[in-house]
Design a binder for this molecule. Sequence first.
Ligand SMILES: NC(=O)C1=CN([C@@H]2O[C@H](COP(=O)(O)OP(=O)(O)OC[C@H]3O[C@@H](n4cnc5c(N)ncnc54)[C@H](OP(=O)(O)O)[C@@H]3O)[C@@H](O)[C@H]2O)C=CC1
Ligand SMILES: O=C(O)[C@H](O)COP(=O)(O)O
Length: 520
Amino acid sequence: MTTTPCDEVDDETFYAPLRDASDGSYKFLCDGEWRSASAAADHPAGASSRRPNVVTNANPSRSNAPAFSFQACTADDVDEAYERAKMAHKRWARTPLHERAAALHRAAALMRAHWKPIADALVAKSAKDAKAEVARSADLVDYAAEEGLRALSEGGLLHSDAWKGTSRCKLCMVTKVPLGVVLCIPPFNYPVNLAVSKIAPAIIAGNAVVVKPPTQGAVAGLLTAQCFASALTGMPPGLINVVTGRGSEIGDYLTSHRGANCISFTGGDTGISVARNARMVPIQMELGGKDACVVFPDADLDLAAAAIVKGGFSYSGQRCTAVKARSISTLIADALVEKVIAKVERLTVGQPEDDADITAVVSAKSADFIEGLVDDALSKGAVAMTGSWRREENLIWPTLVDRVTDDMRLCWEEPFGPVVPVVRVTDEIEALRYVNESKYGLQGCVFTRDVDRAIRFGDAMETGTVQINGPPARGPDHFPFQGFKDSGIGSQGVRNSIECMTKTKSTVINLSAPSYAMGG
Ligand SMILES: NC(=O)C1=CN([C@@H]2O[C@H](COP(=O)(O)OP(=O)(O)OC[C@H]3O[C@@H](n4cnc5c(N)ncnc54)[C@H](OP(=O)(O)O)[C@@H]3O)[C@@H](O)[C@H]2O)C=CC1
Ligand SMILES: O=C(O)[C@H](O)COP(=O)(O)O
C-alpha cells in the first residue's frame, strides 16, 4: 500500500491512547476520549450481572486462544455515546460540506499511514487480504468524501403549475438533510470495510455515529476509529463513538435506543430481530446470502470454474457474497466439476501469516455448523469430490460436495465456510427453482455465452444483484448492493448509503403573485 506521510507519528504513539495501561485492554471511544467501561452494575443485563468489564475474543488460527481484550460497555456508556453523538451532530450539520469532505480525506490518509496495526488485528485473515481490506477501506472513505460533495450539494426545485388548476405561485426547494445519529453495526468478516462503508457516508452527510464493532474484529474497528478521531480533531468530539461488548449483551439496548436515528447493520439472521427492534427509523440491513452460480452448457467452463473457486473459497467462504450453491446442467457437470477440482486442489490451507488461501473459520461453533451441513449431505447420498472431509479444530479443508439434492440442508443453508455444494439440474426451469426457492436473495451469477438467455434468466432471479459471467461480489464498493427477501432491506454502495442516511426536506416559497421564467 502506498502510504501518505500525513503525520510524523509512529504507529505505537498513534494508537497508544487506545490501551489501558493497567491490563493492556483496548478502551472504547466516547466524545473524543478513549475510556474504560463504567461499573458493571449498569450493564443492560441488569444490576445483578456479574460479568467482567472486559471481553476477550479468540484467535481462530491459534486454537481459539485469547487474542484481544476490550471494554464490555454498559447501558450508561451506551447512553452517553448517544448523547454525545447527538450534541456533535448538531454542530457538524452546520459545518460546510467541503470541510466534512476534507476531514474524511484526512481519515483515509491516516488509515494508509497507520494501516499495519489495523491489518495485524485482523488475525484470522491472510496477511494479503488483511492489507487489502484496509487499502480498500481507505479508498472507500475518499470516495465517500467525493460522492458526498456531488450528491449533497445538489437539490431539486419544483414549480407548482405542473399540478392541475395551480398557477406558478409556489416554489418547492428540495434538499437532503442529515438524520442525526447513525448506529453502525458491522460483521466479523469485514470489520474494517463494512464499518467504514457505514461511517463515511454517515459522516459526510452531516450525521454523527455510534459504532458497535463485532466481537471478532473489535480491535480492528477501534484502531480504524482512531484514524477518524484523529482526522476529526478540532471538529465536534462526539462525532464518532465506538462502544464495544458482545452483541448478545448490548445489542438489543443499542438497537432499541431512542438515540438511534438510523441503523445500518450487516450480519446474519440477527438482523431480522434488529429490524424488529428499530423504532420507526430508517434501516439498512445487509444480511445473509446463498448465492447461486448457474452454469449453462454453452458457458466458458474455464471462466466458470475460476469464478466458482474465487467466489466459493475466497476468505475461506466467509463472505456474504460467496458462491454457496452451484446449479449446473447435467450435460456439462462432469467436465466442470473436474475443472473446479483441479483448481481447488491447488488452494493452500494453513496460517494467515503465510498467506494461505484457506484459513481457520471464525469459531468452533461455526466449524461445527459447517461439519453438520456436510455430514447431513453425505449421509443422504452427496459425494465429497475433493478428497475426504477434513477438519482440524477451526480449519476446514476446501470441499466440493457434488450431487446435492433438495432434501439436504446444504442445499438451502448458508455454510459460511469453504464448502461449495453442486446441484445438478436438467433445465433452466429447475435451475431457477433452486435460486428462487431460497429464503435469501443477495446475489447470483449466470454463466452462458447467450446474452438473451443471460438477461432472461437474470431478470427471473429474485436476487438484489445478478452477475453475468463473473462471480458474486459486493465490490467495487460504489456499486449498489442490496439483498432481496431475508438478505436485507435497503441498498448499500456509497451513493445509496448517503441517500439512506439523509432525509428529504422541502422549503416552499409562496409568492404573492405567480411568476413565470422568461414570461415577462
Ligand atoms: N449481506 C451482507 O452484506 C453481508 C452479510 N454477512 C452475513 O453476516 C453473517 C456473519 O457475520 P456475523 O458477524 O457472524 O453476523 P452476526 O449477525 O452474528 O453479527 C453481526 C453483528 O451484529 C452484532 N450483534 C449480535 N447480536 C446482536 C443483537 N442482538 N443486536 C445487535 N447487534 C448484534 C454482532 O456483534 P458480536 O460479534 O459482538 O456478536 C456483530 O457486530 C453471515 O450470515 C453473512 O452472510 C456478512 C457480511 C456481509
Ligand atoms: O461481507 C462480505 O461478504 C463482503 O460484502 C464481501 O465483499 P466482496 O464481495 O466485495 O468481496
